[in-house]
Design a protein around this ligand. Structure first.
Ligand code: ASP
Length: 264
């Protein structure tokens, strides 16, 4: 089960600390986290890659966006920046459950295979939002894929691949096989189709199908257009998602699932 959360609420007071702690482990049994955040009004963006000791890397990505002249910091530089601005260092992000799963796992290709063919647990979290003024934003945060090489950076922190937001079209956050998503720049591809007139669902489905055909990669995306059209689409066995629009909650996990509830 991958854990994408689709948010469709007022962005003004969006609190980003919802992104969970811990992650899958790399080949050396360590956590390395990737994250991006983007503001569709100004195209401001911040990202961190291969950070090891930050509980909420998306908060650090936001600080890169708001407090530096740069778009991305990696590994040591990201940790030094976190320390300088007072983001706490988390000593142990390795959960017991993940350590056990990692001990029983063998290689990156096996991890990718499980990712595509089973309802295997996963740790990527994404969000997209539209506020009452028509501003969109996206955020994506992940530990990547189990047994990745040390220093491997996936799609998640890469602008246009793991996420993109532009008020002129919409916002997207992606999950799935990072190397495939990178090759087709999935988030921008979805927005390109929307710019050409497709609905959010049609754009996400066409782009995911293209990724499957062109590079044999599976994945998923949550999408919101700047007019409020939204989608949660995936070609993996499942993707946990939820959306709130006005007082209606939608959520699902398996293909074609859409539970609806009116919120009080
Ligand atoms: N896309 C992420 C990566 O390849 C993994 C995921 O979405 O679960 O790093």
């Amino acid at each position: 089960m991958k854990c994408d959360i689709f948010v469709h609420v007022d962005f003004q007071n969006w609190n980003l600390s919802w992104v969970g702690h811990g992650a899958v482990l790399n080949i050396d049994g360590e956590v390395e986290l990737d994250s991006i955040i983007m503001d569709g009004e100004t195209l401001a963006t911040g990202a961190v890659a291969s950070v090891r000791n930050i509980a909420n890397p998306v908060s650090l990505a936001r600080a890169v966006m708001e407090k530096t002249d740069h778009v991305m910091l990696t590994d040591r530089g990201a940790s030094m920046f976190a320390e300088r601005i007072g983001i706490p260092i988390a000593d142990d992000l390795v959960t017991e459950l993940e350590r056990k799963d990692w001990e029983q796992s063998s290689s990156f290709p096996v991890g990718v295979e499980k990712f595509f063919n089973t309802q295997w647990g996963h740790d990527t979290v994404g969000a997209v939002a539209l506020d009452s003024l028509g501003n969109v934003a996206c955020a994506t945060s992940t530990g990547g894929i189990r047994n990745k090489m040390v220093g491997r950076v996936g799609d998640s922190p890469i602008i246009g691949s793991g996420g993109y937001a532009d008020n002129r079209s919409g916002a997207v956050s992606c999950t799935g096989h990072g190397e495939s998503i990178l090759k087709v720049t999935l988030a921008r591809l979805i927005l390109f189709h929307m710019e050409q007139g497709k609905s959010a669902t049609a754009a996400a489905e066409a782009s995911l199908q293209y990724m499957g055909e062109r590079v044999k990669g599976c994945g998923g995306a949550i999408v919101v257009s700047s007019t409020g059209d939204w989608a949660a689409s995936f070609t993996t066995p499942c993707m946990a998602w939820a959306s709130i629009k006005e007082d209606v909650l939608h959520c699902g996990l398996n293909p074609k699932e859409d539970f609806t509830e009116r919120l009080k």
